[in-house]
Design a binder for this molecule. Structure first.
Ligand code: FES
Ligand code: FES
Length: 163
């Protein structure tokens, strides 16, 4: 099968490859770029473990073709890495928002999309924001608290920064 040259900006780094049209974005991310923090938890587009941001919007990367992301910006869980924990990472740690952790990268990327667009979500909005992500362990309660923690932390740091 003919291959196409693509370049996707992933976490600020251009990643190029020769791919078949049918290659899924999640496989490009995991197999071609070795960014294995993005998980695959189903073959039915239901679990959300593969969630990444595509031009800032949360998408299930198992439902996007790699060629569709050509020339675009993708953020994965690895892009959250910094000198300090991101407030969402801190929230999941402090509020016990994970157990096995399999759903966590996708959950955090969905929560990031939510907070980027709605910095002060109420509980219902948080539950709606993560409704595409399944967790078999936590019962979701602590995930909601984790996102609330991150929201509060971001508000605090912005109010301190604005003083
Ligand atoms: Fe389950 Fe993508 S791997 S929704
Ligand atoms: Fe195990 Fe969510 S922490 S699936």
């Amino acid at each position: 099968m003919a291959k196409k040259s693509i370049t996707i900006n992933i976490n600020g780094t251009p990643r190029s490859g020769e791919v078949e049209d049918r290659l899924l974005l999640v496989h490009f991310i995991r197999d071609d770029c070795a960014l294995t923090g993005t998980h695959i938890g189903c073959d039915s587009t239901h679990c959300g473990a593969c969630t990444v941001l595509l031009d800032g919007t949360a998408v299930k990367s198992c439902t996007v073709l790699a060629v569709q992301a050509d020339g675009r910006e993708v953020s994965t869980i690895e892009g959250m890495e910094g000198a300090a924990l991101h407030p969402l990472q801190e929230g999941f740690f402090e509020e016990h928002g994970l157990q096995c952790g399999f759903c966590t990268p996708g959950m955090i990327m969905s929560a990031k999309h939510l907070l980027d667009n709605n910095p002060k979500p109420n509980e219902e909005e948080i539950r709606c924001g993560i409704s595409g992500n399944l967790c078999r362990c936590t019962g979701y309660q602590n995930i909601v608290k984790s996102v609330q923690y991150a929201s509060n932390k971001i508000q605090e740091s912005e109010s301190v920064g604005g003083e």
